[in-house]
Design a protein around this ligand. Structure first.
Ligand SMILES: [Zn+2]
Length: 344
């Protein structure tokens, strides 16, 4: 595994990344990218107006300026190195050394395929540059938990034997047809019911919503990806569990930031309540011990979730509430950032 072990090695990484960035800009990829981001923004405002939950993505959508791109954190630099090593070829056309990612699918792809993904709209695929965009922890964890191999086990589970996957030399029309067949028509998915096998034989079959709910708790992104590809409702309210959604379930019973972020990237709502009026933030906070003991909730049903979140944030900022380190803490921070955005 490639990882920057020392300050010197880290500086080498920065140098390598900077030169990659510069070569992208020199070859005109940067200019192309700016145009694409303009259209991405308009696509986003379109979906936001329609009430889509994808609006929270807008915080991540802004391209970094050249100065920021050069100052990658060590965590991001080693993340980029690991992701490139784990995904040596484009998920869609097998071109080597891909530098772009779809955070919706957790895949890495070449610049040509990233352009096709963008043309599908952010409701299908959210595209980011490995080298030019910021990679907050939540997105890093999604990419590392998924990757091309796991994603393609879902999206290319059953490719007809007379159909060949596009190669390095494939023209754009061929790649585009493949990508649309793969992700929009979902033409290459396997069986629509997942069979859970146990040592002593077949345990039973589960439908996508149930698989998504359980996999979210387990933090199993491959299974979550399978369920979503097969039509699971990301905001499915589980009647057996107080009508909690998979987002609720991760916050209450799981601890995976990757699972939470993957749900949100695929339209999972953070401002929902269950039959007991608990929001995902309430459930995550209940797992976080506070100084002085006990658990904390965040106020009554009379205030909106966003107001509650803002109040919570203010409290934290004033140091009136000191939350000790906990596995739920990254989930709490993530939810607060999402709710804060919605409220503003
Ligand atoms: Zn490609």
């Amino acid at each position: 595994m490639l990882q920057a072990e020392s300050e010197m090695e880290f500086q080498e990484w920065i140098k390598a990344l900077r030169s990659s960035t510069e070569s992208l800009l020199v070859t005109g990829a940067g200019g192309d990218r700016n145009t694409s981001y303009t259209s991405l923004s308009s696509a986003e405002s379109g979906t936001s107006a329609a009430g889509s939950t994808t609006e929270s993505y807008s915080t991540f959508a802004g391209p970094m300026d050249a100065g920021r791109a050069a100052i990658l954190s060590q965590a991001t630099a080693s993340f980029v190195a690991r992701v490139r090593e784990a995904n040596p070829v484009c998920a869609d056309c097998q071109r080597p050394e891909p530098d772009w990612a779809s955070v919706s699918f957790g895949t890495v792809m070449c610049i040509e395929c990233s352009g096709i993904h963008r043309s599908l709209g952010v409701h299908v695929s959210k595209v980011r540059s490995l080298l030019l965009d910021a990679w907050p922890r939540s997105l890093r964890e999604v990419m590392e938990a998924m990757g091309n191999l796991r994603a393609n086990q879902v999206w290319e589970a059953r490719v007809p034997c007379d159909l060949e996957k596009p190669g390095v030399e494939a023209p754009r029309e061929v790649r585009e047809a493949w990508i649309r067949d793969k992700y929009v028509r979902k033409a290459f998915l396997g069986p629509s019911r997942r069979t859970e096998k146990e040592a002593d034989g077949v345990k039973g079959q589960e439908e996508p919503n149930a698989v998504l709910y359980a996999a979210a708790i387990q933090g199993d992104l491959a299974k979550m990806g399978w369920a979503l590809a097969h039509g699971a409702d990301v905001n499915f309210a589980n009647g057996k569990e107080r009508r909690r959604t998979p987002v609720h379930a991760v916050c209450q019973r799981g601890q995976s930031l990757a699972a939470l972020a993957f749900l949100v990237l695929n339209g999972g709502a953070v401002d929902v309540v269950d039959d007991d009026d608990w929001s995902p933030l309430d459930l995550a906070m209940n797992g976080v011990p506070v100084a002085g003991g006990g658990a904390c909730g965040i106020g009554g049903a009379e205030s909106s979730e966003a107001e509650g979140a803002r109040r919570q944030l203010q409290l934290q900022q004033q140091n009136q509430l000191s939350i000790t380190s906990s596995t739920a803490m990254p989930l709490v921070s993530y939810l607060l950032s999402k709710l804060e955005l919605k409220g503003s």
